[in-house]
Design a protein around this ligand. Sequence first.
Ligand code: MRU
Length: 359
Amino acid sequence: MVSTPLIPGLPATIAWENDCLSILDQTRLPQETAVEKLTTAEEVWRAIHELRVRGAPAIGVAAAYGLCVAMRASLHLPMSEFRARLVAQAAYLDSARPTAVNLSWSLKRMIQAAQASSAGDPTSLLSALVDEAITIHHEDRALCDGIGEHGVALITEGCGVLTHCNAGALATTGLGTATAPIYKAHDAGTRFRVYADETRPLLQGARLTAYELQQAGVDVTLITDSMAASIMAQGLVDLVIVGTDRVAANGDFANKIGTFGLAIVARHFGIPFYVACPSSTLDLQTATGREIVIEERRDDEVTHLYGQRIAPENMKVRNPAFDVTPYELVTGFITERGIVKRPFERNLAALFAMEGDAA
Ligand code: MRU
Protein backbone atom coordinates (compact mmCIF):
# COMPACT_ATOMS: atom_id res chain seq x y z
CA MET A 1 0.00 0.00 0.00
CA VAL A 2 1.42 3.41 -1.00
CA SER A 3 -1.01 6.15 -0.11
CA THR A 4 -0.03 8.22 2.94
CA PRO A 5 -1.56 11.70 2.63
CA LEU A 6 0.75 14.67 3.24
CA ILE A 7 -1.75 17.51 3.33
CA PRO A 8 -3.87 17.55 6.48
CA GLY A 9 -7.46 16.68 5.63
CA LEU A 10 -6.74 15.56 2.07
CA PRO A 11 -6.42 12.06 0.60
CA ALA A 12 -3.12 11.30 -1.17
CA THR A 13 -2.60 12.66 -4.70
CA ILE A 14 -2.23 9.08 -5.97
CA ALA A 15 -2.93 5.86 -4.11
CA TRP A 16 -2.23 2.23 -4.93
CA GLU A 17 -4.21 0.03 -2.57
CA ASN A 18 -5.22 -3.61 -3.02
CA ASP A 19 -3.94 -3.44 -6.61
CA CYS A 20 -6.26 -0.49 -7.38
CA LEU A 21 -5.22 2.93 -8.66
CA SER A 22 -7.03 5.99 -7.37
CA ILE A 23 -6.34 9.69 -7.74
CA LEU A 24 -7.52 12.82 -6.01
CA ASP A 25 -9.45 14.79 -8.67
CA GLN A 26 -7.56 18.09 -8.72
CA THR A 27 -10.02 19.84 -11.03
CA ARG A 28 -12.54 19.89 -8.18
CA LEU A 29 -10.27 21.30 -5.48
CA PRO A 30 -10.55 23.18 -3.24
CA GLN A 31 -14.35 23.06 -3.18
CA GLU A 32 -14.67 19.29 -3.33
CA THR A 33 -12.53 16.37 -2.23
CA ALA A 34 -13.25 13.63 -4.75
CA VAL A 35 -11.26 10.44 -5.16
CA GLU A 36 -11.57 8.65 -8.50
CA LYS A 37 -10.73 5.03 -9.21
CA LEU A 38 -9.04 4.43 -12.59
CA THR A 39 -9.57 0.98 -14.05
CA THR A 40 -8.66 1.20 -17.76
CA ALA A 41 -5.92 2.72 -19.94
CA GLU A 42 -8.48 5.15 -21.39
CA GLU A 43 -9.52 6.37 -17.95
CA VAL A 44 -5.88 6.95 -16.97
CA TRP A 45 -5.19 8.77 -20.27
CA ARG A 46 -8.19 11.05 -19.77
CA ALA A 47 -7.36 11.73 -16.10
CA ILE A 48 -3.88 12.92 -17.15
CA HIS A 49 -5.07 14.81 -20.24
CA GLU A 50 -7.87 16.57 -18.35
CA LEU A 51 -5.56 17.47 -15.43
CA ARG A 52 -7.48 15.53 -12.82
CA VAL A 53 -4.01 14.29 -11.94
CA ARG A 54 -1.39 16.87 -12.95
CA GLY A 55 2.07 18.19 -12.18
CA ALA A 56 5.09 16.55 -13.82
CA PRO A 57 6.08 14.05 -11.08
CA ALA A 58 2.48 13.06 -10.32
CA ILE A 59 1.68 12.24 -13.93
CA GLY A 60 4.82 10.08 -14.08
CA VAL A 61 3.70 8.05 -11.07
CA ALA A 62 0.08 7.85 -12.31
CA ALA A 63 1.24 6.59 -15.72
CA ALA A 64 3.44 3.88 -14.17
CA TYR A 65 0.48 2.50 -12.20
CA GLY A 66 -1.77 3.24 -15.19
CA LEU A 67 0.28 0.89 -17.34
CA CYS A 68 -0.24 -1.89 -14.76
CA VAL A 69 -3.99 -1.20 -14.75
CA ALA A 70 -4.02 -1.24 -18.57
CA MET A 71 -2.17 -4.55 -18.83
CA ARG A 72 -4.58 -6.36 -16.56
CA ALA A 73 -6.97 -6.68 -19.51
CA SER A 74 -4.28 -8.55 -21.52
CA LEU A 75 -3.34 -11.34 -19.11
CA HIS A 76 -4.95 -13.93 -21.40
CA LEU A 77 -2.51 -13.14 -24.25
CA PRO A 78 0.53 -15.27 -25.09
CA MET A 79 3.72 -13.76 -23.66
CA SER A 80 5.05 -12.29 -26.94
CA GLU A 81 1.71 -10.56 -27.61
CA PHE A 82 1.53 -9.38 -23.99
CA ARG A 83 4.96 -7.74 -24.36
CA ALA A 84 3.96 -6.10 -27.68
CA ARG A 85 0.73 -4.82 -26.10
CA LEU A 86 2.75 -3.41 -23.19
CA VAL A 87 4.82 -1.26 -25.55
CA ALA A 88 1.67 -0.09 -27.38
CA GLN A 89 -0.13 0.82 -24.15
CA ALA A 90 2.92 2.72 -22.87
CA ALA A 91 3.00 4.74 -26.12
CA TYR A 92 -0.72 5.45 -25.77
CA LEU A 93 -0.36 6.72 -22.17
CA ASP A 94 2.69 8.76 -23.18
CA SER A 95 0.52 10.66 -25.69
CA ALA A 96 -1.70 12.13 -22.94
CA ARG A 97 0.51 15.24 -22.51
CA PRO A 98 3.73 16.18 -24.34
CA THR A 99 5.71 18.63 -22.20
CA ALA A 100 6.50 17.04 -18.83
CA VAL A 101 9.33 14.58 -19.40
CA ASN A 102 8.33 12.61 -16.28
CA LEU A 103 5.57 10.93 -18.27
CA SER A 104 7.87 9.35 -20.88
CA TRP A 105 10.62 8.88 -18.28
CA SER A 106 8.46 6.69 -16.03
CA LEU A 107 6.95 4.74 -18.95
CA LYS A 108 10.43 4.06 -20.33
CA ARG A 109 11.44 2.76 -16.92
CA MET A 110 8.45 0.44 -16.91
CA ILE A 111 9.38 -0.93 -20.34
CA GLN A 112 13.00 -1.37 -19.26
CA ALA A 113 11.83 -3.24 -16.13
CA ALA A 114 9.77 -5.55 -18.36
CA GLN A 115 12.74 -6.13 -20.66
CA ALA A 116 14.97 -6.96 -17.69
CA SER A 117 12.41 -9.32 -16.14
CA SER A 118 12.82 -13.06 -16.58
CA ALA A 119 9.09 -13.63 -15.91
CA GLY A 120 7.78 -16.50 -18.00
CA ASP A 121 4.09 -15.61 -18.05
CA PRO A 122 1.98 -12.42 -18.18
CA THR A 123 0.86 -12.64 -14.53
CA SER A 124 4.45 -12.77 -13.26
CA LEU A 125 5.48 -9.97 -15.60
CA LEU A 126 2.59 -7.81 -14.39
CA SER A 127 3.74 -8.40 -10.84
CA ALA A 128 7.25 -7.17 -11.79
CA LEU A 129 5.64 -4.09 -13.37
CA VAL A 130 3.67 -3.33 -10.22
CA ASP A 131 6.92 -3.58 -8.21
CA GLU A 132 8.58 -1.08 -10.55
CA ALA A 133 5.64 1.35 -10.31
CA ILE A 134 5.79 1.18 -6.51
CA THR A 135 9.54 1.85 -6.68
CA ILE A 136 8.96 4.91 -8.91
CA HIS A 137 6.32 6.10 -6.43
CA HIS A 138 8.64 5.70 -3.40
CA GLU A 139 11.47 7.40 -5.28
CA ASP A 140 9.26 10.39 -6.08
CA ARG A 141 8.69 11.00 -2.39
CA ALA A 142 12.42 10.72 -1.72
CA LEU A 143 13.27 13.16 -4.55
CA CYS A 144 10.93 15.76 -3.05
CA ASP A 145 12.51 15.23 0.34
CA GLY A 146 16.01 15.70 -1.07
CA ILE A 147 14.98 18.94 -2.79
CA GLY A 148 13.57 20.15 0.53
CA GLU A 149 16.80 19.31 2.38
CA HIS A 150 18.95 21.20 -0.12
CA GLY A 151 16.60 24.14 -0.63
CA VAL A 152 15.59 24.87 2.94
CA ALA A 153 18.64 27.08 3.64
CA LEU A 154 17.47 29.50 0.92
CA ILE A 155 14.45 30.44 3.05
CA THR A 156 15.58 32.72 5.84
CA GLU A 157 13.79 34.39 8.73
CA GLY A 158 11.43 37.13 7.55
CA CYS A 159 11.91 36.53 3.84
CA GLY A 160 9.29 36.56 1.06
CA VAL A 161 9.09 33.69 -1.43
CA LEU A 162 7.09 33.85 -4.65
CA THR A 163 5.95 30.76 -6.56
CA HIS A 164 3.95 30.10 -9.71
CA CYS A 165 1.42 27.39 -10.61
CA ASN A 166 1.44 24.35 -8.31
CA ALA A 167 4.71 22.51 -7.87
CA GLY A 168 3.43 21.39 -4.50
CA ALA A 169 2.48 18.20 -2.73
CA LEU A 170 -0.49 17.94 -5.10
CA ALA A 171 1.84 17.89 -8.11
CA THR A 172 3.87 15.02 -6.65
CA THR A 173 3.41 12.19 -4.21
CA GLY A 174 5.66 13.85 -1.63
CA LEU A 175 6.33 17.35 -0.28
CA GLY A 176 6.25 18.86 -3.76
CA THR A 177 9.30 20.28 -5.53
CA ALA A 178 9.11 24.09 -5.26
CA THR A 179 7.19 23.69 -2.00
CA ALA A 180 9.54 21.14 -0.39
CA PRO A 181 11.96 23.84 0.93
CA ILE A 182 8.89 25.83 2.03
CA TYR A 183 7.46 22.92 4.06
CA LYS A 184 10.88 22.13 5.56
CA ALA A 185 11.47 25.77 6.55
CA HIS A 186 7.97 25.96 8.04
CA ASP A 187 8.60 22.77 10.04
CA ALA A 188 11.88 24.22 11.29
CA GLY A 189 9.99 27.22 12.71
CA THR A 190 11.34 29.82 10.25
CA ARG A 191 8.90 32.72 9.82
CA PHE A 192 8.47 33.78 6.19
CA ARG A 193 5.77 34.74 3.67
CA VAL A 194 4.81 33.01 0.45
CA TYR A 195 3.14 34.77 -2.49
CA ALA A 196 1.26 32.36 -4.76
CA ASP A 197 0.50 33.50 -8.33
CA GLU A 198 -3.06 32.47 -9.19
CA THR A 199 -1.78 31.14 -12.57
CA ARG A 200 -4.21 31.75 -15.41
CA PRO A 201 -5.88 30.13 -17.21
CA LEU A 202 -6.55 27.09 -15.00
CA LEU A 203 -5.70 28.70 -11.65
CA GLN A 204 -3.48 25.98 -10.20
CA GLY A 205 -1.91 28.63 -7.95
CA ALA A 206 -5.23 29.78 -6.50
CA ARG A 207 -6.98 26.42 -6.37
CA LEU A 208 -4.06 24.22 -5.36
CA THR A 209 -0.93 26.03 -4.08
CA ALA A 210 -2.79 28.58 -1.96
CA TYR A 211 -4.97 25.77 -0.67
CA GLU A 212 -2.28 23.28 0.28
CA LEU A 213 -0.02 25.89 1.89
CA GLN A 214 -2.93 27.31 3.86
CA GLN A 215 -3.90 23.81 5.03
CA ALA A 216 -0.33 23.29 6.21
CA GLY A 217 -0.36 26.57 8.17
CA VAL A 218 2.14 28.40 5.93
CA ASP A 219 1.71 32.20 5.71
CA VAL A 220 0.51 32.42 2.10
CA THR A 221 -0.90 35.37 0.14
CA LEU A 222 -2.67 34.84 -3.16
CA ILE A 223 -1.94 37.33 -5.95
CA THR A 224 -3.00 37.55 -9.59
CA ASP A 225 -0.21 36.88 -12.08
CA SER A 226 -0.12 40.53 -13.12
CA MET A 227 0.63 41.65 -9.54
CA ALA A 228 4.01 39.92 -9.29
CA ALA A 229 6.09 42.86 -10.59
CA SER A 230 4.38 45.31 -8.28
CA ILE A 231 4.84 43.04 -5.24
CA MET A 232 8.53 42.71 -6.13
CA ALA A 233 8.85 46.49 -6.59
CA GLN A 234 7.58 46.90 -3.02
CA GLY A 235 10.53 44.80 -1.80
CA LEU A 236 8.30 41.99 -0.57
CA VAL A 237 9.97 39.17 -2.51
CA ASP A 238 13.50 37.94 -1.72
CA LEU A 239 13.37 34.71 -3.66
CA VAL A 240 11.39 32.99 -6.44
CA ILE A 241 11.10 29.19 -6.50
CA VAL A 242 9.21 27.48 -9.32
CA GLY A 243 8.83 23.90 -10.46
CA THR A 244 9.52 22.55 -13.92
CA ASP A 245 8.18 20.08 -16.47
CA ARG A 246 11.45 19.54 -18.34
CA VAL A 247 14.98 20.85 -17.99
CA ALA A 248 17.12 20.68 -21.13
CA ALA A 249 20.86 19.89 -21.02
CA ASN A 250 21.84 23.58 -21.21
CA GLY A 251 19.51 24.58 -18.34
CA ASP A 252 16.66 26.04 -20.41
CA PHE A 253 13.48 24.79 -18.79
CA ALA A 254 9.76 24.47 -19.44
CA ASN A 255 7.21 25.32 -16.78
CA LYS A 256 3.66 26.64 -16.55
CA ILE A 257 2.91 29.56 -18.86
CA GLY A 258 3.92 32.81 -17.18
CA THR A 259 7.14 31.46 -15.66
CA PHE A 260 9.29 33.11 -18.34
CA GLY A 261 7.78 36.55 -17.68
CA LEU A 262 8.26 36.06 -13.95
CA ALA A 263 11.94 35.23 -14.48
CA ILE A 264 12.43 38.42 -16.53
CA VAL A 265 10.81 40.51 -13.81
CA ALA A 266 12.88 38.81 -11.09
CA ARG A 267 16.04 39.60 -13.08
CA HIS A 268 14.95 43.24 -13.35
CA PHE A 269 14.79 43.47 -9.56
CA GLY A 270 17.89 41.32 -8.94
CA ILE A 271 15.83 38.69 -7.13
CA PRO A 272 17.29 35.14 -7.09
CA PHE A 273 15.26 32.78 -9.29
CA TYR A 274 15.46 29.07 -8.42
CA VAL A 275 14.00 26.06 -10.21
CA ALA A 276 13.17 22.97 -8.14
CA CYS A 277 14.09 20.02 -10.35
CA PRO A 278 14.05 16.34 -9.40
CA SER A 279 16.25 14.13 -11.59
CA SER A 280 13.04 12.65 -13.04
CA THR A 281 12.42 16.03 -14.73
CA LEU A 282 15.90 16.45 -16.16
CA ASP A 283 16.17 15.65 -19.87
CA LEU A 284 19.83 15.62 -20.87
CA GLN A 285 18.84 14.15 -24.25
CA THR A 286 17.23 17.47 -25.17
CA ALA A 287 19.98 19.97 -25.90
CA THR A 288 18.11 23.25 -25.48
CA GLY A 289 14.66 24.62 -24.72
CA ARG A 290 13.97 25.13 -28.44
CA GLU A 291 13.40 21.38 -28.77
CA ILE A 292 10.84 21.14 -25.96
CA VAL A 293 7.32 20.48 -27.28
CA ILE A 294 4.87 22.89 -25.70
CA GLU A 295 1.35 21.60 -25.13
CA GLU A 296 -1.42 23.70 -26.69
CA ARG A 297 -4.72 23.29 -24.90
CA ARG A 298 -8.36 24.00 -25.72
CA ASP A 299 -9.59 27.54 -26.42
CA ASP A 300 -12.37 27.33 -23.85
CA GLU A 301 -9.82 27.20 -21.02
CA VAL A 302 -9.17 30.86 -21.91
CA THR A 303 -12.61 31.99 -23.10
CA HIS A 304 -14.52 30.44 -20.18
CA LEU A 305 -14.26 30.40 -16.39
CA TYR A 306 -16.08 27.58 -14.60
CA GLY A 307 -18.27 27.01 -17.68
CA GLN A 308 -19.15 30.70 -17.97
CA ARG A 309 -18.12 32.50 -21.17
CA ILE A 310 -15.95 35.57 -20.41
CA ALA A 311 -14.82 36.44 -23.97
CA PRO A 312 -16.79 37.24 -27.13
CA GLU A 313 -17.97 34.36 -29.34
CA ASN A 314 -15.66 33.38 -32.23
CA MET A 315 -12.60 34.86 -30.55
CA LYS A 316 -9.16 33.82 -31.80
CA VAL A 317 -7.29 32.31 -28.85
CA ARG A 318 -3.79 31.08 -28.02
CA ASN A 319 -3.44 28.67 -25.12
CA PRO A 320 0.08 27.28 -24.70
CA ALA A 321 0.13 25.52 -21.33
CA PHE A 322 3.87 26.10 -20.78
CA ASP A 323 6.69 28.42 -21.73
CA VAL A 324 10.46 27.99 -21.89
CA THR A 325 12.69 30.13 -19.71
CA PRO A 326 16.27 30.51 -20.96
CA TYR A 327 18.98 29.33 -18.59
CA GLU A 328 20.46 32.85 -18.40
CA LEU A 329 17.60 33.86 -16.09
CA VAL A 330 18.09 30.97 -13.64
CA THR A 331 20.08 31.41 -10.44
CA GLY A 332 20.21 27.70 -9.67
CA PHE A 333 18.46 24.32 -9.87
CA ILE A 334 17.48 22.83 -6.53
CA THR A 335 17.87 19.08 -7.05
CA GLU A 336 17.83 16.11 -4.69
CA ARG A 337 21.63 16.01 -4.94
CA GLY A 338 22.28 19.67 -4.22
CA ILE A 339 21.87 23.12 -5.73
CA VAL A 340 23.33 23.26 -9.23
CA LYS A 341 24.89 26.58 -10.22
CA ARG A 342 26.49 27.77 -13.50
CA PRO A 343 27.72 26.63 -15.88
CA PHE A 344 24.54 24.53 -15.93
CA GLU A 345 25.40 22.39 -18.93
CA ARG A 346 28.58 21.13 -17.31
CA ASN A 347 27.31 20.94 -13.73
CA LEU A 348 23.98 19.23 -14.51
CA ALA A 349 25.78 16.62 -16.61
CA ALA A 350 28.42 16.09 -13.93
CA LEU A 351 25.76 15.38 -11.31
CA PHE A 352 23.22 13.47 -13.42
CA ALA A 353 24.84 12.20 -16.65
CA MET A 354 24.04 8.54 -15.82
CA GLU A 355 20.29 9.19 -15.45
CA GLY A 356 20.22 11.38 -18.56
CA ASP A 357 21.95 8.70 -20.63
CA ALA A 358 19.52 6.07 -19.46
CA ALA A 359 16.49 8.19 -20.38
O1 MRU B 1 -0.51 21.88 -16.32
P1 MRU B 1 0.01 21.43 -14.98
O2 MRU B 1 -0.87 21.81 -13.85
O3 MRU B 1 0.37 19.96 -14.98
O4 MRU B 1 1.38 22.23 -14.83
C1 MRU B 1 2.18 22.00 -13.69
C2 MRU B 1 3.44 22.80 -13.67
O5 MRU B 1 3.73 23.56 -14.56
C3 MRU B 1 4.36 22.52 -12.52
O6 MRU B 1 5.06 23.68 -12.16
C4 MRU B 1 5.37 21.45 -12.94
O7 MRU B 1 4.70 20.33 -13.48
C5 MRU B 1 6.21 21.00 -11.81
S1 MRU B 1 5.29 20.09 -10.61
C6 MRU B 1 6.36 19.64 -9.38
